[in-house]
Design a protein around this ligand. Structure first.
Ligand SMILES: C[S@@+](CC[C@H](N)C(=O)[O-])C[C@H]1O[C@@H](n2cnc3c(N)ncnc32)[C@H](O)[C@@H]1O
Length: 212
């Protein structure tokens, strides 16, 4: 597949200067651009999916990208995009850019599946007797979380979280990015076989699939 380095887009995002790291990401993406099917797993961390291009800015991904600067692929060449517990690590503006980039690179009919913590569930727990009843709190690193106030502060500020979503907000942002048919789906389940069984975190409470 012909590949065009989208320097003008990258440059305009950076006030006219092209960051060499971003340019490297664009070049590195070339070797994946011809894959069929081309499936992107964004913010993979240590989770690796076979037959997906595992993307992250850290660790040992297949493709190292800073997702704040878009997806260095041509329009309409990607079949599927998955991310779990990544979008909330971006600011609202960076998240909006990534959703619009996901829409741009997906083929018509392509699906993006996004799993994040659910702000509605976090707020519900803050006001509920069962606030402590979450598997991740049992981790000794979190033994200092002794009140619902500590819990909600961690949800917003922990792990470098930047922006939390509830279903309405995630749906609104995806529709604004151009997606149609945004649907909330169950953990691990999908009508699209390539997405079934991909979630790894019990705390991924909010999962949607959106169709281009
Ligand atoms: C909480 S981890 C989730 C990892 C994996 N998806 C999982 O569920 O275990 C968030 C991941 O998003 C990645 N990430 C955060 N901001 C990013 C960015 N701007 N560009 C690329 N990756 C990013 C982090 O490096 C990290 O691996």
């Amino acid at each position: 597949m012909a590949y065009e380095l989208n320097i003008p887009t990258a440059a305009s995002m950076l006030g006219g200067e092209v960051n060499p790291l971003i340019a490297e990401g664009y070049v590195a993406a070339q070797k994946f651009a011809g894959l069929r099917p081309l499936r992107l797993h964004l913010g993979c961390g240590t989770v690796r999916f076979a037959e997906w291009v595992n993307v992250d800015m850290d660790g040992e991904p297949d493709l190292r990208l800073d997702l704040r600067y878009g997806l260095p692929f041509p329009d309409a060449c990607v079949d599927a995009i998955h991310s779990e517990h990544m979008l909330e690590h971006l600011s609202q503006a960076d998240g909006r850019l990534l959703m619009s980039e996901a829409h741009r690179v997906l083929k018509p009919g392509g699906v993006v599946r996004i799993g994040v913590p659910d702000l509605a569930e976090i707020v519900r727990r803050y006001d509920s007797a069962d606030w402590r009843d979450q598997a991740w709190i049992a981790d000794p690193n979190f033994d200092w979380i002794d009140t619902p106030v500590a819990l909600i502060n961690v949800a917003f500020r922990g792990w470098e979280h930047q922006y939390l979503y509830d279903e309405g907000e995630l749906r609104r942002r995806l529709l604004a990015a151009g997606f149609t048919g945004v649907e909330r789906v169950e953990w691990g389940k999908s009508a699209h076989p390539e997405f079934a069984g991909l979630e790894t975190r019990p705390e991924t409470d909010l999962i949607v699939e959106a169709v281009k």
